[in-house]
Design a protein around this ligand. Structure first.
Ligand code: ADP
Length: 623
């Protein structure tokens, strides 16, 4: 007998699982059945694709044996692919692999102790210790002769011994604890299976003792009859006609197939018959999946071929910006033994992917007509759609209709179309202001002129905006312009304004010579009101976000581009500066104009001490 210890962090994790997530102990069964179903998918796949398994006798099923008399054990057995010694050590000895740390950090602190986390981090198997003190897993791998028994109390470690099992597959024997004993009834288990695992593609049989009555009157006696009954419907829901499926069935399918606990926000069920034959069933979760912005996110779409599960680990099944979609693609036209490499080049799959993308975007368009529902969608998924604007050239037009922005004109979310439809006839562009903090953007002095002239400005505070917006190009022939970049500054000015700016050029030069290389350019600007100055970026300079990205990609540390300083010639301070010929005063005011503008922008000023000294000099002059 070999005894081994669990790998690190397991104890801590088990403790958390067992104690923090106690609210849904029944999910242990969903986890076990889903493991069995995966194992059955795998063996089925082998018999269809691997010549050495051609004659394999497959009887795919899951059996659950109750012990309603003594409540000592519960047995879950499958005829799946099974595990050999190495598999047992690797799969059940190291839990959650890369996910463990993540899982722990999600649970600590104020994080919601939500049992839906369990499945997401692949610690499913360990949920059995919510209902058992000790577990034996007896498994024999298909194609091998030896069976193995893995035993653990979920605390210290596990042991592995040789064992007996007539055929390939896995038997999990739970030695029930108090919690488990409470659930050990036909009624309870049947409900749990129906709730979580009804659409599992294989039959799940329940072994229990049925009560039958014999005799009449006083002689009437009950008798326990061993009974085996299938408890799940085992139908591929997505193959059935939409009309026959109730909302509850869809939701239950979504929950059981994708380990979710929420109600989907949207479902899209399609059956294509024609040159290509396939069914798709997609769901959009109510809440964005937690790994949405992780590079190693889990794909949410499963591929089936003629009802046989092929993979749920292919990120190519749907464009990556739609990675929040959960669902199933089931094709009649693909070969079963398609390899991963071929999958990616496959024409059939490419057309399914293309049609599915169009379908999903089309349904979102329909959803957008319901403002309340669409707002809920946008709150979760605006950013991935923006990624689509950037990455899916073919559907850019559709995606531009779907993304939303904050605006100076109204609360909530605004579409480009709404903006375009209500803008003034003589307006030359669609204006936006981009940066990383909404409150700073909204109070930017640059917006004053637009407000005065009643021109709407979109507020772009998502870090992805600065990457996406330059890709948008004109929307319905209207160019998009950032008001905090040099390119938009002339649009709103009258000829008179322009002349004034031209006449005051010497003042601009005076300030520039005081500031030297700290700024790229100084401009006299008639678009400022109330404030004395502001900074904008040169249109041709990379944005702060882009610079950060380049740095992260190891593209060197380029010097930060210098801002352009715009100065309001009607402001008292600026007028004073124009009048004076005192060099020191010129320098102090010029620097204050720059530093103030930076502060208003939420940017850092280079020399805070010098700033304070200048302020003090000027204040004491005034006192
Ligand atoms: P997950 O299912 O998320 O990978 P689990 O902890 O539930 O995580 O299972 C770990 C691994 O153990 C599975 O990925 C699988 O390889 C193996 N396994 C678990 N149950 C079975 C089973 N009934 N038959 C075959 N392999 C299994």
């Amino acid at each position: 007998m070999s005894k081994m210890k669990f790998k690190t962090e397991v104890n801590q994790l088990l403790d958390l699982l067992i104690h923090s997530l106690y609210s849904h102990p029944e999910i242990f069964l969903r986890e076990l059945i889903s493991n069995s179903s995966d194992a059955l998918d795998k063996i089925k796949y082998l018999t269809l694709t691997d010549a050495s398994f051609k004659d394999y006798k497959l009887d795919p099923r899951v059996d659950i044996e109750l012990d309603e008399k003594d409540h000592k054990t519960m047995i879950i057995r499958d005829s799946g692919i099974g595990m050999n010694k190495e598999d047992l050590v690797d799969s059940l000895g190291t839990i959650a692999r890369s996910g463990t740390k993540n899982f722990l950090s999600q649970l600590s602190g104020d994080a919601k102790k939500d049992s839906s986390l369990i499945g997401q981090f692949g610690v499913g198997f360990y949920s059995i210790f919510m209902v058992a003190d000790k577990v034996d897993v007896i498994s024999r791998k298909a194609g091998e002769d030896t069976a193995w028994k893995w035993t653990s109390d979920g605390k210290q470690g596990f042991s592995i011994d040789e064992a007996e099992r007539e055929t390939a597959g896995t038997t999990v024997i739970l030695h029930l604890n108090e919690q488990g004993r409470e659930m050990d009834s036909k009624w309870e288990i049947e409900n749990i299976v129906k709730k979580y695992s009804n659409h599992i593609a294989f039959p799940i049989y329940l072994h229990y003792e049925k009560t039958e009555w014999e005799g009449e009157g006083d002689d009437r006696k009950d008798k326990k009859v061993p009974t085996i009954e299938q408890v799940n419907s085992a139908s591929a829901l997505w193959r059935r006609s939409k009309k026959e499926i109730s909302d509850e069935e869809y939701t239950e399918f979504y929950k059981s197939s994708f380990g979710s606990y929420d109600e989907p926000m949207l479902r899209i069920h399609t059956k294509a018959e024609g040159t290509l034959e396939y069914s798709t069933l997609f769901f959009i979760p109510e809440k964005a999946p937690m790994d949405l912005y992780q590079a190693d996110y889990k794909s949410g779409v499963k591929l089936y071929v003629k009802r046989v599960f092929i993979t749920d680990d292919d990120k190519e099944l749907i464009p990556s910006y739609l990675r929040f979609v959960r669902g199933i693609i089931d094709s009649e036209d693909l070969p079963l033994n398609i390899s991963r490499e071929l999958l990616q080049k496959n024409k059939v799959l490419a057309s399914i992917k293309k049609a599915s993308t169009k379908k999903i975007l089309g349904e979102l368009k329909t959803l957008s007509e319901d403002k309340e529902k669409y707002t809920a969608f946008i709150e979760q998924y605006n950013r991935p759609l923006k990624e689509g604007v950037y990455s899916d050239y073919e559907n850019k037009t559709e995606l531009l209709e779907l993304v939303r922005f904050k605006s100076t004109k109204e609360e909530g979310w605004v579409s480009l179309k709404e903006y375009r439809d209500r803008m003034g006839a003589d307006q030359k562009a669609i204006y936006y202001i981009a940066g990383d903090k909404e409150s700073i953007l909204r109070s930017s002095p640059l917006l004053q002129d637009y407000k005065k002239k009643d021109i709407e400005v979109l507020i772009l505070d998502d870090e992805i905006d600065e990457i996406v917006m330059p890709m948008v190009g004109p929307y319905e022939e209207m160019p998009l312009k950032a008001v905090n970049k040099s390119g938009a500054s002339d649009d709103l000015k009258s000829d008179e304004d322009k002349k004034k700016e031209e006449d005051l050029k010497p003042l601009a030069e005076k300030i520039k010579s005081a500031l030297g290389d700290a700024v790229k350019e100084v401009k006299i600007s008639t678009r400022l009101h109330d404030v004395s100055s502001c900074i904008v970026a040169d249109e041709n300079d990379p944005s702060a976000q882009i610079q950060q990205m380049m740095k992260a990609m190891g593209q060197g540390d380029m010097p930060a581009p210098k801002p352009i300083l715009e100065v309001n010639p009607d402001h008292d301070v600026v007028k004073k500066l124009a009048e004076t010929s005192d060099k020191d005063l010129e320098s102090d005011i010029s620097w204050i104009l720059l530093d103030q503008a930076l502060l208003i922008e939420g940017a850092e000023i280079e020399d805070r001490k010098a700033f304070a000294e200048r302020m003090n000099r000027l204040i004491s002059k005034g006192l």
